[in-house]
Design a protein. Sequence first.
Length: 293
Amino acid sequence: MRLLIGTVIMTFFLVSGCQNQGNKMSPTIGNAVVEVDPAIYPVLIKEKKAFDTLYTKAKIDLKETAPLQGAVNLINNKSKMYISPRYFDSKELDFIHSQKMDVQIFKFCYEAIAVVSSPKNNTNKIRVDEIKDALLGNSRQYSFVIPQNTTSTYEYIKDEILNGKEPKYAEIVPNDSSVLKTIESNETKLGILSFNIIQDSSKIKFIQVGEIQNKSDSTNSTGLSVEYFTPHPGFVLKKYYPLTQTVYIFLHEIDFSPASGFTTFLTSYEGQRIALNQNLAPAAVPVRINQLQ
C-alpha cells in the first residue's frame, strides 16, 4: 500500500509522452475520465481547456460527482482520478490500507468558504461563533441558506464550524449554486458556499468573516479582539480568513495515463496560476499574489 501525500513531486513528466511510440497510453496520449466535486468544477473546466490546448492527443473528460460517490468510485477502481475538498474518512482510509492500494494524494489549492448576501442586506461583518450560534438555533440574529448534506460545503460546515453537529436552523437547498441563486433574490438571508462557484459577484456582496482571538483583550465594544477579512486568496494563503479548506487531487492508477498528466499540469505553475485567477490560493507551487483587498 502506498498512500502518498504530496504537492508537486511526481514520478513522471509530461514531456515523457513525446517518447512513446504508436498509440500507447501516456500522460499526454489517450483518454481519462476525471471525477470532480461540483463545488470545485468551475475551475477544472478552465484547467481542462488549457491542458487540451497544450496536449492535443490527450482527452480529459470531466464528470461532476458528489463527494461521497467520488471517493467510493476511486477506491473501488471505478475511476482513476477524483478532485474534491473532501478527504477520505477513517473507514475509507482503513479500506485503502487493508487492500494495499496505490493511492496518491496531492494538494491542488486552498479555497475559501464564502459568506455572501444580497447587496441590500445590512450585514457587512460576522464572526465564526455567530455563524455557529445561528446554525445551531442558539441565536436568531442571522438566517442562513446552505447546501444539502451530500455536498462538501455541508460537510465543512458540520465538521469545521459546528464541531461535528448537524445544522438545526437553516434553509437547505440542493447545492452551492442554488445557495447563490437564493441569495441573489433574498435580502434578509446570508449564504454559505464554495467561493469557486461564484463566477459573477455583481449581484451579491461578500461578508467579512472574523474569529475571536483573545477574549481578554478589550479592543472593541464587545470586549473581543476580532479582525475581519474577505475571502481573498491572499488572506486564505496567509490563514487570515478563517473559513478555508484544502482541495485535493486523488490519483489511483498503476500505468501512466492522461490522468497522471493532468495531475502534473494542475500542480504546475501554469495550473496553479489558473487556479489563482479563479480566486483559489495556490497549494502546490509559489505564485505571486499581487494585492490583498
